[in-house]
Design a protein around this ligand. Structure first.
Ligand code: ADP
Ligand code: MG
Ligand code: MG
Length: 499
């Protein structure tokens, strides 16, 4: 099933595959859940009906207009039939970390010099990061201050089986996707366990409630209120074609339904064409004032095919609109900054000792490539590392032999280009038997999971209006490698069963 619509493990809206570059070392869990074929068939059928009735859907790749016209060519989002087990202590730990990461992002975002310095070498070799930094330095030059700051983040974790540690994969500060669909998967699992829990020996109360989409809508609405213009709208920045549009529509629907806030959807190129900066600094699109800009595009070089998109990004940044995220928040979420923050004595610049200790506990090994000791080790044992460029959206990381070759190449020919990457300790979660449902078909596989915790942060000057954990996203992907040693890996949406 490697050829059709898999779900990315990335943080963007992409529902493309993470790629076949990952080779995965499977670790078997002792007791797989056994389900009779009859019950399995019933569960799958009920789950597919539930998904269709409740909007757990994405655009169907095989239908032409499914990425542009809502209601055309929908297919259920890939999901795991049953929730995946997670020890309650990890769940609590991850929830507990959320307000601290929210606060950290805000504080680091205010240190423009730190961002520029940390990324200065990366800037020379990575054109995309360089463009983002150019906007950032322009804002520094004019001394632009973001008084109202909104972050809708998602911090992702895996549990390392060998050390029993919950370790952070990354922190997404732009375009954190699936707040809408993840809530639905939790509801789907609760429904299935309410119907069939006895036969399965599972209790629906062990699936934590998931209010990510409500809380994100609330954060956007509160930001809109702070902007204090009754007639202003929230603008979703979107890609021209988006098969994950229903996840986004859930958010705009609740904004309207619960908070009576209007949203508009625009691409960066439309914003360039229709937008203007008014004399008072506000941003208007076709005459409508924009209170909040919420990016669900703009995280990848592909979102900027021409200068027009960059012009739009700059115009947004120059305006008084509340940006989710601002260019500073965006940069704080880069892999390079993650690695810089993991260096000794850096977190201490931004947080109190108690919070520093909490965060450090979930940091995996992170290194820059000018660390020759570690680079040498990674060339000898590439399977223990992940090589990451400054990209978002999944499918960009380098593993195994490719990692080794890339490091050798960078060492011999392209020393400068080392700054485009970071090295990270490879995390190996325990795998367990899962039923991954895609296009109506159940695939039984050993699978591993990644836990994402959403966080919302809203601040107006000195006043923190919101700093909360907002629900979760579990994603599960196949962990077995086929004979060729190349994983047929794809990810599905999942929820949590607390143990
Ligand atoms: P992106 O911003 O593109 O989502 P990530 O850092 O999340 O980048 O990497 C993408 C995927 O690669 C993750 O969802 C995870 O499946 C895998 N991955 C990333 N880092 C590690 C790691 N240190 N150990 C194991 N798997 C990893
Ligand atoms: Mg990711
Ligand atoms: Mg990411």
């Amino acid at each position: 099933f490697s050829s059709s619509l898999p779900l990315s493990f990335g943080d963007s809206d992409s529902i493309e595959t993470e790629g076949s570059r990952e080779e995965v070392v499977p670790k078997l869990f002792p007791a797989p859940l056994s389900i009779s074929p009859l019950l399995l068939e019933k569960l799958v059928y009920d789950a597919l009906v539930w998904s269709s009735l409740n909007g757990l859907v994405v655009g169907d790749k095989s239908v032409k207009k499914s990425g542009t016209i809502p209601g055309v060519g929908m297919v259920h989002a890939p999901f795991s039939l049953l929730p995946s087990a997670l020890r309650e202590s990890y769940w609590k730990q991850a929830c507990d970390l959320t307000p601290v990461f929210n606060e950290l992002v805000d504080r680091v975002s205010l240190d423009g010099e730190f961002l520029q310095d940390s990324l200065s070498r990366t800037k020379k070799v990575d054109a995309f990061t360089s463009r983002l930094l150019d906007i950032h330095s322009k804002m520094m030059e004019i001394n632009k201050k973001e008084v109202i700051r909104l972050g809708l983040h998602r911090s992702d974790y895996m549990v390392d089986a060998e050390t029993d540690l919950l370790l952070q994969i990354e922190l997404n500060t732009i375009s954190s996707s699936f707040p809408g669909l993840s809530c639905l998967v939790s509801n789907l699992h609760r429904y299935l366990l309410n119907q069939h829990g006895k036969e399965l020996g599972l209790d629906s109360n062990s699936v934590p409630g998931n209010a990510a989409v409500r809380q994100f809508a609330e954060a956007l609405a509160k930001a809109w209120t702070e902007y204090d213009n009754e007639r202003a709208v929230v603008m979703f920045v979107v890609q021209p074609e988006e098969r994950n549009m229903y996840d986004q529509h859930w958010l705009s629907f609740l904004l309207k339904e619960i908070h009576s806030v209007n949203t508009i959807r625009k691409t960066l190129s439309e914003i360039d064409a229709e937008g203007e900066l008014l004399p008072d600094g506000s941003l208007a699109i076709g005459g409508q004032i924009v209170a909040v800009v919420y990016f669900r595009a703009g995280y990848s070089p592909n979102d900027y095919p021409s200068e027009s998109e960059w012009d739009a990004r700059l115009m947004i940044e120059q305006s008084t609109t509340i940006k989710c995220p601002s260019i500073s928040y965006h940069l704080v979420g880069t892999k390079k900054i993650q690695q810089e923050l993991a260096k000794p004595m850096v977190l201490e610049r931004f947080l109190e000792a108690e919070d520093v200790a909490k965060l450090r506990k979930c940091f995996a090994g992170l290194w820059s490539l000018d660390d020759s000791e570690i680079t040498k080790h990674a060339i000898e044992r590439p399977e223990l590392f992940v090589l990451k460029p400054q990209r978002e959206g999944g499918g960009n990381n380098i593993y195994g032999d490719d990692l080794k070759e890339m490091l050798l190449k960078l060492q011999l020919e392209k020393i400068e280009e080392q700054a485009a990457y970071i090295l990270m300790q490879r995390i190996f979660p325990a795998s367990s038997l899962s039923y991954l449902i895609r296009e109506g078909i159940s695939h039984e596989n050993q699978a591993i999971s990644e836990l994402g915790i959403y966080g919302a942060y809203l601040r107006n000057n000195d006043k923190v209006i919101m700093n909360e954990q907002c629900g979760y996203l579990m994603r599960t992907k196949v962990s077995s490698s086929n004979e060729g040693g190349v994983a047929a890996g794809f990810a599905v949406l999942d929820s949590i069963y607390l143990t």
